[in-house]
Design a protein around this ligand. Structure first.
Ligand SMILES: NC(=O)c1ccc[n+]([C@@H]2O[C@H](COP(=O)([O-])OP(=O)(O)OC[C@H]3O[C@@H](n4cnc5c(N)ncnc54)[C@H](O)[C@@H]3O)[C@@H](O)[C@H]2O)c1
Length: 278
């Protein structure tokens, strides 16, 4: 079990959506929450909400794509509260456009935030975890890290990469008998607003997930050292479906509405650029 009492939990993108809710849940369990987010205004609100619950929180305005800043602030966090026990790589962005409509800057931003930033934060905090032979690294990937979909080429690429990063890290830790846990999280769409406008064809099979339910399940997965959390269960079937001919895989995927889910995507106005901040 990973316990939260007196533990330091750092959440990237913790000013909004599931990151914010996870912070509240873990603060109530006695963790000190460190929020790293680019959106200062939302971060202030998130911090106040944790304090109102009687929790401990510190905040840093960070663009997680800036590796130098990540390393510098990681040192400051260590000086202020000590080692980070649980690192939750949750910050994410989405363009929601067909590949050919994405600018180079948008494509780069997706990979920078959703993939490369994982390298920088893990590099920043892993040495202390190795020294302490203790720690937990959580990667928020997505169902889009397991199955391709229309208008998500850059997002799919970044989340498949995040999934692979977690899997490889886990194997490294096991190979070297390190007591560092990993959890990868692959949810279908969640009602946080990040994917505003998406539709699901079969809500009973592939529901748009409730953000508070997802946040609670992730916290429980960390507590119980669950290596993989995939929501809903039907997403698992995508692995079995890959045994089928590609035409059958594509037909099932399309029948389930994966190719039309993003047709009316709106998303968040300012999500594209990591610089868009507050
Ligand atoms: N919402 C969904 O449907 C869904 C589904 C599967 C996976 N996810 C993943 O879950 C995670 C959280 O999603 P959410 O729905 O809570 O989104 P959200 O938009 O509510 O929260 C994302 C947070 O990341 C922050 N952020 C963005 N770029 C940043 C940067 N460069 N540096 C620091 N912070 C940055 C934002 O300011 C925001 O506070 C993301 O990784 C997302 O890809 C979301």
């Amino acid at each position: 079990m990973t316990h939260f009492k007196h533990r330091n939990v750092l959440i990237t993108g913790g000013a909004s959506g599931i990151g914010k809710l996870m912070g509240q849940i873990m603060a109530k369990k006695g963790a000190t929450i460190i929020i790293w987010d680019i959106n200062e205004a939302n971060m202030k609100i998130a911090a106040k909400e944790i304090k109102d619950l009687g929790g401990k929180v510190i905040t840093n305005k960070v663009d997680v794509t800036d590796n130098k800043l990540v390393y510098k602030l990681a040192q400051k966090v260590k000086e202020k509260v000590g080692n980070v026990d649980v690192l939750i790589n949750n910050a994410g962005i989405v363009t929601g456009k067909p590949f050919w409509d994405c600018t180079d800057e948008e494509l780069k931003a997706t990979m920078d935030v959703n993939t490369l930033a994982l390298f920088w934060t893990v590099k920043a905090f892993l040495p202390d975890m190795i020294e302490a032979n203790s720690g937990h690294i959580v990667t928020i990937s997505s169902a889009a890290g397991m199955v391709g979909a229309t208008r998500l080429t850059d997002y799919n690429a970044s989340k498949f990469a995040a999934f692979g990063f977690d899997e490889s890290l886990r194997m490294e830790f096991k190979r070297r008998k390190m007591n560092i846990r990993t959890t990868v999280v692959c949810p279908y769409f969640i009602n946080t607003g990040m994917f505003k406008g998406v539709k699901t064809r079969f809500p009973a099979l592939l529901p748009i997930l409730e953000e508070d339910v997802v946040a609670r399940k992730i916290v429980r997965a960390i507590e119980t050292n669950k290596a993989r959390l995939i929501m809903p269960g039907l997403v698992y079937s995508s692995w079995v479906m890959r045994y089928l001919p590609v035409s059958a895989f594509d037909w099932i995927s399309s029948y389930l509405g994966v190719s039309t889910a993003m047709d009316e995507f709106i998303g968040r106005e300012n999500d594209i650029s990591p610089q868009s901040g507050d």
